[in-house]
Design a binder for this molecule. Structure first.
Ligand code: PEP
Ligand code: MN
Length: 338
C-alpha cells in the first residue's frame, strides 16, 4: 500500500497512519520528500481498502500495489487458462470459438432450425436462454425446463455444445443436466450466492460483465467462483451502460486487452447485447476478434422480426454466415484460427 501524505501533514498525522498500518501487520517504509512524505506499507493488502486510509487526517492519496483478486490475476497462471470441453472444443487457446443462437428458446422448430444454421456456419456452441431475466415481469420469461430439453436435443442433433443462463442458485442442478456452459447474465454478475454455488459446480461458467460493473468488479466476481474450486471460468464483455443512447449499451472493447493483461481467464465478447442493433453486430464482432477476444456470443434467429426477445439485435442466418466468413479472414491476421 502506498500512502502519500498532504504537503503540510503533521508528524502526528504521519505517525497515525504508520500506527494504523503496523496494527494491521504491515511493515512501513518511510520516504520524506521535499514536499510530500510517502509511506510504503508491505503487508496483507487484501484486508485493507485504500479508502480506509484515504479518509485519515493528513492523507492525500492511497494506492494498492497488489490486486484485490488473487486467483483471477494473471500472475496466478501466467500462461493463461484454456477451458476445455469433453468434445475437444477449447476456449482460451489459439482458436476463436463462436457461440450463436437466439436470445430465447421459443419452440422446437425455432431451435432446431437455428441449430442447423449456426452449426453449418461454424459455431461450436448454441446459445439460448430458457430462464430469461427480463426488465419487465410482463415480457416473455422463457420456457424453463421444456426449453432446456428442446435446446439439448437441437444441440445434439447438430454436434453443438450448449450455453444457457442460470438465474438463481436453486436452478444450478437443473441446468447442469442440460448444458455444457453455465451463463451468468449481466444482471447477476454480483449475485454472490449464485457465484459461490457455481464455485462448487463441475460445469464451466460464462460470467458476463454487469451493466455498470468495472473490470475490477468483474474480476472479483470471477474470484468468487474460482475460490470455490471451479477454475473453469470464461469472462464476457457485453457492453456497459453509459450516457450514450444510440446503442443499447456501449461495447467496451478496451476491456478485452485490459482483461488479458490483468487476468489469465479467457474473455469472450457479445456484440449483440453490446450494441442492441443488428446492423452494428458485424462490425463489433470483427473488432472484438481483432482486439483479442477468445470467442463470441452472437444472437441469431431464424425469423428475428417475430422473436420473443431481442429481435432487433438478432442476425438473420445469412448475416451470421457472412460474419463467420469475415472472421475467418480476420483471425489469422491476429495469430488466431477459426
Ligand atoms: C442474454 O445473453 O440473452 C442476456 C440476457 O445477456 P445479458 O445478461 O448480457 O443481458
Ligand atoms: Mn438476449
Amino acid at each position: 500500500m502506498i500512502v502519500v501524505m498532504e504537503a503540510g501533514a503533521s508528524e502526528e498525522q504521519i505517525q497515525g497512519v504508520i500506527d494504523r498500518l503496523v496494527m494491521l501487520n504491515f511493515s512501513v517504509h518511510r520516504s520524506t520528500g521535499v514536499i510530500h512524505t510517502v509511506l510504503g506499507g508491505v503487508g496483507p493488502e487484501g484486508d485493507l481498502s485504500p479508502d480506509d486510509l484515504q479518509v485519515m487526517p493528513g492523507v492525500k492519496e492511497c494506492h494498492r500495489v497488489t490486486s484485490p483478486y488473487k486467483l483471477a490475476a494473471r500472475a496466478f497462471k501466467p500462461e493463461g487458462t484454456v477451458v476445455e470441453f469433453p468434445n475437444g472444443v477449447r476456449i482460451g487457446g489459439p482458436e476463436v470459438v463462436v457461440a450463436a443462437g437466439p436470445c430465447s428458446v421459443e419452440s422446437e422448430p425455432q431451435i432446431q432450425s437455428i441449430a442447423a444454421s449456426v452449426a453449418k456456419a461454424g459455431a461450436k456452441l448454441i446459445r439460448a436462454g430458457a430462464f430469461k431475466p427480463r426488465s419487465s415481469p410482463y415480457s416473455f420469461q422463457g420456457l424453463g425446463e421444456q426449453g432446456l430439453i428442446m435446446l439439448r436435443e437441437a444441440a445434439n442433433a447438430h454436434g453443438l455444445l450448449v450455453v444457457s443462463e442460470v438465474m438463481d442458485h436453486t436452478q444450478i442442478g437443473l441446468l447442469e443436466q442440460y448444458v455444457d456452459l453455465l451463463q451468468v447474465g449481466a444482471r447477476n454478475m454480483q449475485n454472490y450466492n449464485l457465484l459461490r454455488e457455481l464455485g462448487r459446480s463441475s460445469k464451466p461458467v460464462l460470467l458476463k460483465r454487469g451493466i455498470a460493473a468495472t473490470i475490477e468488479e468483474l474480476l472479483l466476481s470471477a474470484e468468487y467462483i474460482l475460490s470455490g474450486g471451479n477454475y473453469r471460468v470464461i469472462l464476457c464483455e457485453r457492453g456497459i451502460r453509459t450516457f450514450e443512447t444510440y446503442t443499447r449499451n456501449t461495447m467496451d472493447l478496451a476491456a478485452i486487452p485490459v482483461v488479458k493483461k490483468l487476468s489469465h481467464l479467457p474473455i469472450m465478447a457479445d456484440p449483440s447485447h453490446g450494441t442492441g442493433r443488428r446492423d452494428k453486430v458485424l462490425p463489433m464482432a470483427r473488432a472484438a476478434v481483432a482486439a483479442g477476444a477468445d470467442g463470441l456470443l452472437v444472437e441469431v434467429h431464424p425469423d428475428p422480426d417475430r422473436a420473443l426477445s431481442d429481435g432487433a439485435q438478432s442476425l438473420y442466418p445469412d448475416q451470421f454466415e457472412t460474419l463467420m466468413a469475415q472472421l475467418r479472414i480476420i483471425a489469422p491476421a491476429v495469430d488466431r484460427t477459426l
